[in-house]
Design a protein around this ligand. Sequence first.
Ligand SMILES: NC(=O)c1ccc[n+]([C@@H]2O[C@H](COP(=O)([O-])OP(=O)(O)OC[C@H]3O[C@@H](n4cnc5c(N)ncnc54)[C@H](OP(=O)(O)O)[C@@H]3O)[C@@H](O)[C@H]2O)c1
Length: 357
Amino acid sequence: MHVGVVGPGKVGSALLNQLRGAAPRLRRDFNLELSLRGVSDSRHMWLDCDDDALNARQHGAQTWRPVELDEFAAYVAGDGSHVAILADCSASDRVADHYAGWLGAGIHVVTPNKRAASGPLERWRQIGAAAEASGAHLYYEGTVGAGLPVVQTLRDMIDTGDELTAVEGMLSGTLAWLFNRFDGSVPFSALVREAHAMGYTEPDPRDDLSGMDVARKVVILAREAGLALSLEDVAVRSLIPAELAEASREAFMDQLALMDAPMATLLADARSAGGVLRHVARLDGGRASVGVQVVEADHAFAHSKLTDNVLRFATRRYCDNALVVQGPGAGPEVTAAAVFTDLLRVAGAMGVKRCAC
Ligand SMILES: NC(=O)c1ccc[n+]([C@@H]2O[C@H](COP(=O)([O-])OP(=O)(O)OC[C@H]3O[C@@H](n4cnc5c(N)ncnc54)[C@H](OP(=O)(O)O)[C@@H]3O)[C@@H](O)[C@H]2O)c1
């Protein structure tokens, strides 16, 4: 199989390491040769290329070249004699714009990038149509719950005739960590700074605090369950003070303390109601919402740890007691493992199986 990795950042680098580490075992146990044909970031691409003419145009063999994603994909695909897979480990809409073309050309795509599956419905439908026409696969387990089995679990339920009634969950590892720690002993802004310094938040913590990242995950789950939901349909209660919404990232970080008084009030209200604060996403009867809420002290969400994600699926079959998926919901290693699993799922669909020996 020919593999190309787009986005050698935290997740992409972890994936490259995992691919390298697993190669001997895949060769031995599955007779599967994964050949890394290229890596691309937002400005350069590296092709494992021995095409003299192409290399001569770029001043030398196997060097970084200016990125051109369709040229990259064509190189990974080669002459069509191998199964070709692109792993998109970016968070870029510009990369998602290429999916329909790649899938239409028979190139499989695996990704933790939420942009396609939660982006404009028209583009999502074109991507689905391209995959259906060529038979190429698009898998995106890492988009929700990082390495947790969420998307495939929901897909399996739907494919076997179950119906989703509601999903309730804590879908952000960053926000879970913040609200697990927020007990009033230090201001909320200090916790945001600590999470930022440890790399738990996005470079601009507003991407987490706005709730939009979680809203994207809700849209992905809704579409998986057959609902034509878009981001605009999700009622999102942002934690960002209005006066900081448009500020530069530096100005936002400088004035983080503006969050402290409203967050302290929320915490006091939660305590007087006998509960705790949690960031909760909900999808129920086609209505979706995301925001901080008070949950009772004996609620499962109140007992989550560290960056735990928790998803409770209520379905026609799981009606008396919801099906619960819980565990660490962030981190490059576990997210890369979800991408790797998707890649092996493509291999399985192409007939690769464990050797009998
Ligand atoms: N980190 C986690 O724990 C986690 C968990 C779940 C899901 N995810 C998802 O996994 C993805 C990667 O996250 P990350 O933490 O690894 O991010 P990251 O460290 O910021 O890496 C992003 C990578 O994408 C590249 N990129 C950006 N725009 C591109 C473009 N137009 N064309 C090609 N490459 C482009 C970047 O290259 P440049 O350096 O050139 O910009 C960088 O290599 C995201 O979609 C994220 O939401 C991450």
